[in-house]
Design a protein around this ligand. Structure first.
Ligand SMILES: CC(C)(COP(=O)(O)OP(=O)(O)OC[C@H]1O[C@@H](n2cnc3c(N)ncnc32)[C@H](O)[C@@H]1OP(=O)(O)O)[C@@H](O)C(=O)NCCC(=O)NCCS
Length: 178
């Protein structure tokens, strides 16, 4: 059967920006945003971005390391910016950055960032489907794009889905120590 070729799409076409104000229900006993709520919003912003790029239903497959650098306080406003970095076969990698400020915009700071992976799913069968390639334009987009294949190999190795000796780019890191 002939392989389906999908047209590439710009990163800007699916870029997703989401804003939330931290309310009392979102906080921990110290009055700061609870990490789990932030992860939920990160997942939503990334899912919208992935669905816009793939024009399909998507499901989260994996989330790379997340650390929290700065506490976010009650009444602060956070902005989540999600952008696609690269498409593989049936998955896309999304980069999300979170910044915080008070409601007037004062005291702006970067809070954290992470990479999320989503699989595109067929509406009727629920099975993975092919995703359109990403066309990186800016230097930042190109950098994210280039390194994405290494991040993918690492997460597949850690998930036990790829043998280190079969990793094209990271093989040496694992086999040198044998
Ligand atoms: C994602 C899922 C469809 C993969 O099923 P599978 O039978 O392993 O399918 P495949 O092996 O063909 O993998 C499909 C894609 O997922 C990727 N993948 C699978 N496991 C992965 C992992 N742990 N990390 C990153 N990517 C992963 C594969 O590399 C492949 O990507 P590619 O096609 O772009 O190369 C299946 O694990 C699933 O349905 N998971 C639940 C998703 C979900 O419900 N998310 C919400 C969580 S509550």
């Amino acid at each position: 059967m002939e392989e389906q070729v999908l047209e590439g799409k710009l990163v800007s076409a699916s870029k997703t920006v989401m804003t939330e104000m931290i309310m009392p229900n979102d906080t921990n006993p110290m009055g700061n945003l609870m990490g789990g709520y932030l992860m939920r919003w990160m997942d939503i912003a990334c899912a919208v971005c992935a669905a816009r790029h793939t024009e399909s239903l998507v499901a989260t497959v994996s989330v790379d390391h997340i650390s929290f650098h700065e506490p976010i306080h009650l009444g602060d406003v956070i902005t989540l910016t999600a952008q696609v970095t690269r498409a593989f076969n049936t998955t896309v990698e999304i980069f999300v950055e979170v910044s915080a400020a008070d409601i007037t915009g004062a005291n702006p700071r970067q809070s954290n960032h992470a990479y999320f992976s989503f699989v595109a799913l067929d509406k009727s069968t629920g099975r993975p489907i092919k995703v359109p390639p990403v066309i990186p334009i800016t230097n930042e987009e190109k950098k994210h794009f280039e390194v994405a294949s290494r991040r993918r190999e690492l997460r597949l190795i850690l998930a036990g889905k790829l043998k280190p000796e079969n990793a094209l780019e990271l093989r040496h890191f694992f086999t040198e120590f044998k």
